[in-house]
Write a new protein. Structure first.
Length: 156
């Protein structure tokens, strides 16, 4: 392989990597916006919840009922979080090892193969993580909605 061919291959890889990186950043931005939307929904739900409060005795009864359900749900969510954290930590370590592997390649072809594997693995991890974040956000909203619904029908 001539120096010119090597330079072309490196340029193509850099362009592809840049495109993949840009796509990853757009996906990360979407996930971040979804997280912000979840926070906004939480504020709306809290506002609804606080407008539906009755007498202190009614509130105490409702809080007792919710507490009985909330702690097991919170524990389940925490276990899901730990699972997700462990999975993403392992993915990060794997991606870091693959990144280092690119620099250990002994030929341009091998380096290209390793970069392609790194990109595919990165996108796969990103897809799984965004999907996980969206599922978690949906569960959070559903839990908050269920809690708000326990305080009675929505006022309009």
């Amino acid at each position: 392989m001539s120096a010119a061919d090597s330079k072309k291959a490196t340029g193509a890889t850099s362009k592809t990597f840049d495109e993949v990186f840009q796509e990853a950043m757009r996906s990360y931005e979407k996930a971040l916006k979804s997280g912000i939307e979840v926070q906004e929904e939480s504020v709306k739900l809290w506002k609804e919840l606080l407008t539906k409060l009755g007498s202190p005795a009614e509130l105490q009864a409702k809080l007792d009922s919710m507490t009985a359900d909330a702690f097991p749900q919170a524990r389940k969510r925490m276990e899901e979080f730990v699972e997700t954290f462990n999975r993403t930590s392992n993915q990060t370590i794997d991606l870091f090892e693959k990144t280092l592997g690119v620099y250990q390649a002994t030929s341009v072809t091998e380096a290209q193969r390793r970069v392609q594997d790194l990109i595919e693995s990165s996108l796969s991890a990103l897809r799984v993580n965004v999907h996980s974040a969206l599922n978690t956000n949906a569960k959070i909203i559903a839990s908050w909605k269920e809690m708000v619904d326990r305080f009675g029908p929505a006022t309009k």
